[in-house]
Ligand binder design. Structure first.
Ligand code: SME
Length: 150
């Protein structure tokens, strides 16, 4: 299922006639529309020289959390840890920023450019505990492909 999305992701990202923002937007929409437990899909990127993340392209409900300081929430922790963060149950997390009361679980995968953690893909799910290692490997693939066009 996820594997079948890889060629589509690669094709969208390689379309140099589109802006990078449009390509990232199209990837978010593809993922959200294609995977039933992906309810909100977005990219956050380091905001210039600031120790904070800024929301980039996303698909799903608008969020108030367009700026997230490093260390805050799941996203802010991944900005510092450089590691995947899979949250099967968001209510079990102390350091969590709720975007919607319908969200049950979350996965955040860091995005590296030349070895530097410059952002992440963040997915919220309304399904409890849906994410597996297959999601981690797939989203690492997505981020590698994104990294190539940044
Ligand atoms: N839940 C995230 C905040 C971003 S929203 O999910 C879009 C967090 O705890 O960092």
């Amino acid at each position: 299922m996820l594997a079948s999305l890889k060629p589509k992701v690669a094709s969208i990202l390689s379309d140099s006639a589109e802006s990078v923002a449009n390509r990232l937007q199209a990837v978010c929409t593809l993922l959200r529309d294609s995977v039933d437990y992906y309810d909100w899909v977005g990219f956050y990127f380091k905001n210039g020289d600031k120790e904070e993340l800024k929301l980039g392209p996303y698909a799903g409900e608008p969020t108030d959390h367009t700026i997230i300081p490093f260390g805050k929430g799941i996203c802010g922790q991944v900005a510092l840890s450089n590691e995947n963060f899979v949250v099967p149950d968001v209510t079990a997390q102390d350091n969590y920023i709720a975007c919607s009361i319908t969200v049950k679980s979350e996965i955040v995968i860091p995005l590296f450019k030349n070895g530097e953690n410059i952002g992440q893909i963040d997915i919220d799910s309304n399904t409890p505990d849906p994410f597996t290692q297959e999601d981690e490997r797939f989203l690492e693939f997505v981020n590698q492909k994104v990294s190539q066009i940044l």
